[in-house]
Design a protein around this ligand. Structure first.
Ligand code: MN
Length: 750
């Protein structure tokens, strides 16, 4: 957010601004018509004036940000003049006195609509997740104009590129939001380049050491990789030219740091063991009607020289991805027996792959590419449907669904009539049933997959033909939520369950009412929230329906006057009562925890204040050790938890509840014990292994909490929980274990 400063117009600012603006104009495809030119000028002048008093965190004049966002829209996404005008004005309504009405008067309805879509909703303090609601707003406007979301991408990209000037915990929040929302969205819009940059920057923020480690190694191996790519390309270039008679571009590109990191993590391999660090892209220049055949011809030539790995062949030309991506992929065995990924596509496909959505408009109506342009319409329809469904669910659930639905790869399946349906990878037969119609989903009893009867949670495979068998007595159950991944199915199931629960809750409420009348002569309404918390339920609905299901021991009501909080009576003095739903000391029996004892374990500062002010504890999902980068999270049930910034739950917490996240730091060195678990893998060197590992650790004065080891086929995998004072000691232990010849890898478990 911009900071108002009393100064304006340093002469060098003006130069800076003019230079940036001229650079933007230079990027616009010529010739620009006069009206567009004037509009852009007017938007620039209005924005420059409105933001005049503002500076970015870096100290730069604020206007450089909208100018740069506009440039990204043109140069990196391929948008036109209307987007440039809107991008220049995108922060004006949110951050300055200019109103949407003024924008409307000066620039027309279209620009006003886009700018409105880009203006954050205000007054969301009581919202469960402002992020989710803002995202919903962006998506809604996107349905009327897709440029809203594309400009939002450019905005986020520039903010990430300049993120260094932000405070570290702010950076973490932005990184989390980017990796849970914007990267999936970029993927889905086909903006691969931007998605990759999002992921790389996020990785740099959340895992700086690993990021720099990989970046350094990539730099060190650059020369040998380039030589390898040259050797790989040489025979191909000649053959492609001679046999195809085509202009062919061949590009060798290293994979992104994020994708390498992801591979190291998920496949448990070392950097040195990743062979397909680079991909070769072959781009053929042919008219649309010849592109498919030309790509396959190129494939034939590549596989004449290098042996293909059949399982790796993917034909996204015949069946493009839902985001419009088209390409032929394969992996081949290159020189020295290394795997090389090869991507083959036409110029048009390449532009769509790089620029996604925006490029698609350019090719709309081009003959020879069939109805592939419709892919985007289909996707927009899916988003529309998801949004309609969200009205029934909570924004946080929506966010989770949105991510799982839009980030994943997809499967293509068929109805009995041969109609193709595209669902996200991992979708089940039940998802399929709901995708046809919510009634078919709700009454789904079984399915026939390729004429064979299967359970409803059958995982869809490409090419399956699915027939749904319904039964009108069937009803959705809680269990079903585990068997679906699409938001449509989830929302319909939740809605059905909620309805059922509402009926139960009404019943439970009556039961409670009677009891309260008999025992205390006091009303339900005033006491419901307190009782809900006392019995440990998240909300009234859950509490009341649990009463109806006889899952609550209401005899506990008797003890209320003696050792618990007082109930509010119908008449007379009212007991203290929080209306805000927050748990406060004294509210319930469990609130009076021994704060002192917790705090003496380690010295933590939360928002710059001693942690002893809070009843904090360390999260067991990531077990922070002194020295780890950490943050504090204020939960509604369990109080303040300290998490590692690399905690697997961190992105979810930060993206959904950023307002509950606070800065946390370690205090001065203290004597404290932390438990950290390391994973040791290696060659099974026989029965002495455990002894050697434990001896080494003990000799360093480190205690072992637990040790488990398993082995198979000459390998072993051990999990050792160590009691350490800080990360230094932990790292020393990891290094020491790595020294054993039989140990292949030692890593801390997340
Ligand atoms: Mn902005």
């Amino acid at each position: 957010m911009a900071q108002a400063k009393p100064t304006l117009d340093h002469p060098d600012d003006t130069t800076l601004i003019q230079r940036a603006y001229r650079n933007l104009l230079r990027c616009m495809p010529a010739p620009l018509d006069v009206e567009d030119k004037n509009n852009i000028r007017a938007a620039f002048e209005l924005a420059a004036k409105a933001h005049q008093q503002q500076r970015r965190k870096s100290g730069e004049p604020y206007i450089l940000h909208p100018i740069e966002v506009a440039r990204i829209c043109v140069e990196e996404i391929g948008l036109g003049p209307t987007a440039v005008v809107s991008a220049l004005l995108h922060d004006v309504v949110e951050d300055t006195d200019v109103s949407l009405k003024e924008i409307h008067t000066q620039f027309g309805a279209r620009v006003a609509l886009i700018v409105d879509g880009l203006t954050k909703l205000d007054s969301l303090h009581d919202s469960e997740s402002p992020q989710a609601e803002n995202l919903t707003k962006v998506l809604r406007t996107m349905l009327s104009d897709v440029r809203v979301v594309l400009i939002k991408m450019a905005d986020r990209l520039h903010n990430l590129r300049t993120i260094k000037s932000m405070a570290p915990h702010k950076q973490l929040k932005i990184a989390a939001e980017t990796s849970t929302i914007y990267a999936p969205l970029a993927h889905r819009l086909g903006l691969y380049k931007i998605k990759t940059e999002f992921q790389d920057i996020c990785l740099k923020i959340t895992h700086p050491d690993e990021y720099h480690d990989i970046a350094d190694k990539l730099a060190l191996t650059r020369r040998s990789r380039e030589q390898y790519i040259e050797a790989f390309k040489r025979p191909l270039a000649k053959a492609l030219k001679e046999q195809l008679g085509l202009d062919v571009q061949m590009i060798g590109r290293p994979k992104s740091i994020y994708s390498i990191w992801n591979k190291i993590r998920t496949k448990q391999v070392a950097f040195e063991d990743i062979y397909d660090l680079f991909a070769i892209r072959i781009i053929v220049d042919v008219p649309p009607e010849r592109e498919k055949i030309a790509c396959w011809q190129a494939y034939a030539i590549v596989t004449d020289f290098y042996k293909p790995i059949p399982e790796r062949l993917k034909d996204w030309i015949t069946n493009p991805k839902a985001n419009g991506y088209e390409s032929l992929h394969t992996s081949v065995v290159g020189p020295d027996g290394r795997y090389v990924e090869v991507q083959i596509r036409s110029e048009r496909m390449d532009e769509i792959a790089e620029r996604g959505f925006a490029a698609h408009w350019k090719y709309k109506g081009v003959r020879g590419i069939g109805n592939k342009a419709l892919v985007f319409e289909t996707w927009l329809n899916q988003v529309r449907e998801t949004l309609e469904n969200v009205l029934s669910g909570s924004p946080v659930e929506f966010l989770a669904d949105f991510q799982s639905n839009l980030f994943s790869e997809e499967v293509h399946v068929f109805t009995p009539k041969g109609e193709m349906k595209i669902l996200p990878e991992g979708a089940t037969a039940l998802d399929f049933a709901f995708s046809i119609h919510s009634d078919i989903g709700s009454t789904c009893r079984a399915v026939k997959v390729n004429n064979k009867v299967e359970r409803i949670h059958y995982k869809l495979q490409n090419g399956d033909q699915i027939q749904v068998i319904t039964d009108k007595n069937q009803r959705p159950s809680e269990d079903w939520l585990k068997h679906v991944i699409t938001s449509k199915a989830k929302n319909r199931i939740r809605a059905a369950l909620k309805e059922e629960k509402r009926q139960l809750a009404a019943l439970g409420r009556e039961i409670l009412e009677r009891k309260l009348q008999n025992m205390h002569k006091c009303p339900v309404e005033e006491n419901a929230d307190m009782l809900t918390r006392w019995f440990g339920f998240p909300n009234r609905l859950e509490f009341f329906s649990a009463i109806a299901l006889e899952q609550v021991d209401l005899s506990g009501l008797k003890s209320f006057r003696t050792d618990g909080p007082r109930l509010i009576e119908s008449e007379g003095e009212k007991a203290p009562h929080n209306g805000d739903g927050e748990l406060r000391p004294g509210d319930t029996a469990q609130a009076a925890k021994p704060l002192k004892q917790q705090a003496s374990k380690a010295d933590v500062f939360i928002n710059g204040e001693p942690g002893t002010y809070y009843a904090y504890s360390f999260a067991t999902c990531c077990n922070p050790v002194q020295g780890d980068p950490i943050f504090a999270y204020v939960g509604t049930k369990e109080g303040v938890k300290i998490h590692r910034t690399t905690c697997p739950n961190a992105p979810f917490l930060l993206a959904n509840y950023e307002y509950r996240v606070h800065k946390a730091e370690w205090g001065a060195t203290v004597k404290a014990d932390f438990v950290a678990t390391v994973l040791v893998t290696g060659i099974d060197a026989g029965p002495g292994v455990i002894q050697q590992l434990t001896d080494r650790i003990s000799s360093m004065g480190i205690n072992i909490r637990s040790f488990s080891i398993s082995g198979e086929g000459g390998y072993f995998e051990g999990r050792i929980s160590l009691v350490v004072a800080n990360t230094d000691q932990l790292n020393q232990a990891i290094l020491a274990l790595k020294e054993f010849k039989f140990v292949a890898n030692v890593s801390r478990m997340e």
